[in-house]
Write a protein that binds this ligand. Structure first.
Ligand code: SAM
Length: 306
């Protein structure tokens, strides 16, 4: 029956009754599971299946096409790192672009930076924005900042139309490269990112897991080394509810003033104004910033060889 079919598309399968199991060809042979207290929302947008459920131990959970995007308990480990790794690596970021990130969590983090004057976001799926505003107010709070301008559309097309040298920083908070985010992992997209950045500008993109996706990472690193003539570095963070419990980021800068990602020059944890009207940072600090670039030997070998 149709109800069962749509539930299965959302990952509420019969593997363990009453549990959400994250089954995907992106991580064959394993499936992290969370106990479901209650399904709060199920819908189908033009791009993907969207679901929200109340879990018993991680708070509310946002799921797109059966893949966990965020949970209330551990979203800080992702949103704070994908944002502050790039923004704390350059002095006085002013213009910032977010691609994806419709939940608003990255916006919340960007808005801690008082130097920032303009925050553009291009999210393809309005349903993600609406659902986040309804079910994740502590994440979607990012939209309340008057510097934020929301564009609903494809990030690839949006970037192509950006005048050269516009942004100080671009943050690509995308879903996995199956579905609408596929092009966000391809070479032409990175080329438009580089063009849209000012000299010495920085990009941080979601770059998958060293345990599961070394082949994807190898391609991203190889492309970025060709395209970005400044620094190219891989960093990572722990996120218990992401497959393999961690996720990586690709940090690159364009030719111009040299960016040393491993040594933040714009340390936000010393700046009290960043947390006056917001909750304090839960995960990010300057020590973890530098530590995020230390890689396990097997990953270091592959990434440095590219
Ligand atoms: N911020 C989240 C977290 O805490 O882990 C992670 C993922 S965020 C919800 C990923 C977003 O990228 C989704 O809302 C998806 O709709 C969006 N997206 C995917 N492909 C896109 C594209 N081509 N252009 C713009 N947004 C895209």
């Amino acid at each position: 029956d149709t109800n069962n079919t749509s539930k299965e598309a959302d990952g509420i399968s019969s593997v363990i009754p009453g549990w959400f199991s994250e089954i995907s060809p992106m991580w064959p042979g394993e499936a992290h599971s969370l106990k479901v207290e209650k399904v709060l929302f199920q819908g189908k947008s033009d791009y993907q299946n969207v679901m929200v459920f109340q879990s018993s131990t991680y708070g509310k959970v946002l799921v797109l096409d059966g893949v966990i995007q965020l949970t209330e308990r551990d979203e800080c480990a992702y949103q704070e790192m994908i944002t502050h790794l790039p923004l704390c690596s350059i002095p006085n970021p002013k213009k910032v672009l977010v691609i994806g990130g419709g939940d608003g969590g990255v916006l919340r983090e960007v808005s801690r930076h008082s130097s920032v004057e303009q925050i553009d976001i291009c999210e393809i799926d309005k349903m993600v924005v609406d659902v986040s505003k309804q079910y994740f107010p502590d994440v979607a709070v990012g939209y309340d900042d008057p510097r934020v301008k929301l564009h609903i559309g494809d990030g690839v097309a949006f970037l192509k139309a950006v005048p050269e040298g516009t942004y100080d920083a671009i943050i690509v908070d995308s879903s996995d490269p199956i579905g609408p985010a596929q092009e966000l992992f391809e070479k032409p997209f990175f080329e438009s990112v580089a063009k849209a950045l000012r000299p010495g500008g920085v990009v941080c993109t979601q770059a998958e897991s060293i345990w599961l996706h070394m082949h994807i990472i190898e391609d991203i690193v190889a492309n970025c080394r060709q395209i970005f003539k400044g620094s190219v570095n891989y960093a990572w963070t722990t996120v218990p509810t992401y497959p393999s419990g961690m996720i990586g980021f690709m940090l690159c800068s364009t030719e111009g003033p040299l960016v040393d990602f491993k040594h933040p020059v714009n340390p936000i944890d010393k700046d009290e104004s960043c947390c006056k009207s917001k909750r304090p940072l839960k995960f990010y600090n300057s020590e973890i910033h530098s530590a995020a670039f230390c890689l396990p030997s097997f990953a270091k070998k592959v990434i440095e060889s590219k």
